[in-house]
Design a protein around this ligand. Structure first.
Ligand code: DBV
Length: 257
């Protein structure tokens, strides 16, 4: 069985999920294009599971929003919540490879240790100037402004570096008032600007030649393989939902190419 949703998530499933305003804004923003539904297996659309943590039983939920448009092959948001211990929004836009567009990626993660926030327009072909130049000249000034108001997120794995742009917004914040303030006063407007830049790029994108499209497809596959292999959420998702569901979710849904 499969099902689909287009304009929002089921609010009953994600009662305490803190990233709802970001996802609503995202869906609203992409609605300027003609959103087309994609079917997902029901078990991945909404999932609820009981797991054991320090000898008590806890509930974790996961909910997936996904669609496509004429130029974007697959947009999906993975939303995870477990009362008190995790609240996650992982959002990725995969363009059709016949457009010279970057990925749009956000990873907003709240854990008992704090918030970990990543946002980027990630290149498909990082060393290809035609692919990057136009994006980076608009993105770098945004990054400069907003990253300067946030503490640096610290080192990222070396091998991951080739998948990020110089506009990678990356921070770790404490839980509590200060973290909440920076999320609403810095992350939120930064997110809106990154989103708006991306939407403009999508709007302007025109089809490329078939050989160039093959090159972009190879780059996309390479990126998706890396993300699936190294997904930092693997441990958390496995603890919440078990190994079998998690592997299928990561490999067949989240990073599906
Ligand atoms: N990350 C995902 C998916 C998630 C998810 C699909 C469904 O790719 C969550 C959930 N990310 C998630 C979790 C953690 C991270 C960490 C739960 C914390 C893991 C932990 O501490 O146990 C950005 N995310 C990270 C890290 C980076 C990113 C650099 C730290 C990794 C580390 O310390 O090894 N994810 C990475 C990234 C993008 C992204 C750059 C794109 C913008 O989506």
């Amino acid at each position: 069985m499969s099902s689909k949703r287009l304009h929002s998530l089921d609010p009953v499933v994600l009662k305490e999920w803190r990233w709802e305003p970001f996802l609503s804004e995202t869906i609203q923003a992409f609605s300027r294009f003609d959103l087309q539904s994609v079917s997902l297996p029901l078990d991945f659309l909404d999932k609820e599971n009981c797991f054991r943590s320090k000898s008590t039983s806890q509930i974790a939920v996961s909910s997936t929003w996904a669609c496509r448009t004429k130029k974007l092959r697959f947009l999906r948001a993975a939303c995870v919540e477990s009362s008190g211990s995790a609240s996650v929004l992982n959002f990725l836009v995969n363009p059709l490879p016949k457009y010279d567009l970057p990925f749009f990626g956000a990873d907003f993660v709240t854990l008992p240790s704090g918030h970990l926030l990543a946002l980027d327009l990630q290149p498909v072909l990082k060393t290809d100037q035609v692919h990057t130049e136009n994006v980076w000249k608009s993105l770098i000034p945004l990054h400069k402004r907003w990253q300067s108001l946030l503490p640096p997120g610290g080192p990222i794995p070396r091998e991951a570096e080739s998948y990020f742009s110089p506009g990678f917004l990356w921070t770790r914040l404490p839980l509590g008032i200060e973290g909440d303030r920076l999320i609403s006063e810095v992350l939120r407007p930064a997110y809106s600007e990154y989103l708006s830049l991306y939407l403009n790029l999508v709007e302007q994108a025109i089809e490329v030649s078939a050989p160039r499209s093959s090159l972009l497809l190879e780059g996309q596959k390479n990126y998706m393989r890396y993300r699936a292999k190294k997904d930092p959420a693997r441990g958390l998702l496995t603890r919440f939902f078990g190994n079998e569901w998690t592997e299928s979710y990561i490999n067949d849904i989240l990073f599906d190419l």
